[in-house]
Design a binder for this molecule. Structure first.
Ligand code: FES
Length: 342
């Protein structure tokens, strides 16, 4: 028999919504049908936008569905709503307020303003939204850009913020034979129109914590959402102490160092530790090792500190473990991993 269960979703702003989900239906579909404002994007277990915590009841992965959750995350109660089915009445919590998911992704057209190679493997792409296109987004959220000619989508977080609109800036890592990489290296033209869709994602600056000390840990182009967040804080009245640990493999592939320095001039409470896995020289000011290894014993002085992590999954796992060790509350750590596109 196809039994329906009562599902409750608790939002971080205290709002709760209850709806019915059939046993064999994924909870995300049921939530969308009931117009519950949850965040999602891929609907296939791949992007982690729909991450939530199971607070009460039984809910498991739909058999055969793929999920980016680690076994340890699943065991500690994390679920991806799009690949989860309820086995009883169940309550989930999400780490964002109910107003966040109500902003609908928009289809946008944007002109290419400039394409600049800023490191051997990184391009800065600057776009300007066409008239009639507009997107509200939170710093840290991402957009999908269609690769012209191929029709495939690639996801990137702007390094710019909403106050810069209609201008948008993206830092894009060039991958060998990557669809977007090949397009950027060989075909893109200034004034060409690109198609974007967004915003998406549950990784964004938390307004409610904006006065607490912030720690940003970024690997490679994971720097982009951090720049957007730091600039958003700069333009607000809050000026919390901030630490940015940013790392690349070797000094030659570091990028955006001038942008970071400029922000340090504007924000005296912003400390930056630039890290390289190898090749640091005496006196060059670089930290040898990963941006996680550059975290120090007394970096988490305030129990309300928040952290934002963006980069490859092993970096995120290591940073999460280290920050908890240093005294950060797990619920104050927000992360976005790089997911390779097919
Ligand atoms: S929407 Fe669930 S993982 Fe992407």
């Amino acid at each position: 028999m196809n039994q329906a269960h009562q599902i409750t979703i608790n939002f971080a702003d205290g709002v709760s919504r209850t709806f019915a989900a059939d046993h064999n239906e994924n909870v995300l579909d049921a939530a969308i049908k009931a117009e519950v404002p949850v965040l999602y994007q891929c609907r296939a277990g791949a992007c982690a936008s729909c991450t939530c915590k199971l607070e009460e009841g039984q809910a498991s992965n739909i058999p055969g569905a793929s999920s980016t959750l680690l076994a340890s995350e699943f065991a500690s109660g994390s679920r991806l709503l799009c690949v989860t089915q309820a086995e009883s009445d169940a309550t989930f919590s999400v780490a964002y307020g109910s107003e966040v998911g109500s902003s609908v992704a928009q289809e946008l057209n944007a002109f290419v303003n400039s394409v600049e190679r800023i490191a051997a493997n990184v391009v800065k792409l600057t776009l300007e939204l066409a008239e009639g296109s507009w997107a509200e987004f939170r710093p840290g959220q991402f957009f999908q850009i269609t690769v012209p000619g191929l029709g495939v989508l690639r996801s990137y977080s702007p390094s710019s913020n909403a106050a810069d609109l209609p201008k948008m800036e993206f830092l894009i890592r060039l991958l060998p034979n990557g669809a977007m990489s090949s397009f950027l290296e060989t075909q893109i033209q200034v004034d060409q129109v690109l198609q974007l869709k967004g915003p998406y994602g549950a990784f964004f600056l938390r307004e409610e914590s904006k006065r607490a000390p912030h720690i940003f840990v970024a690997g490679g182009t994971g720097l982009a959402p951090m720049l957007s967040m730091i600039d958003t804080i700069r333009k607000s009245s809050a000026r919390p102490p901030m630490l940015l640990n940013f790392g690349c493999a070797v000094p030659e592939v570091l990028f955006s160092l001038d942008d970071i320095q400029l922000r340090q001039q504007w924000l005296p409470k912003l400390e930056a530790r630039i890290c390289v896995d190898r090749g640091a020289q005496e006196g060059d000011g670089l930290h040898l090792g990963s941006p996680v290894a550059a975290l120090k014993e007394d970096d988490v002085k305030d129990t309300n500190s928040v952290a934002y992590l963006c980069g490859p999954q092993p970096m995120i796992d290591a940073a999460t473990t280290r920050l908890i060790e240093l005294g950060m509350k797990p619920e104050n750590i927000f992360a976005e991993q790089f997911v390779a596109s097919n």
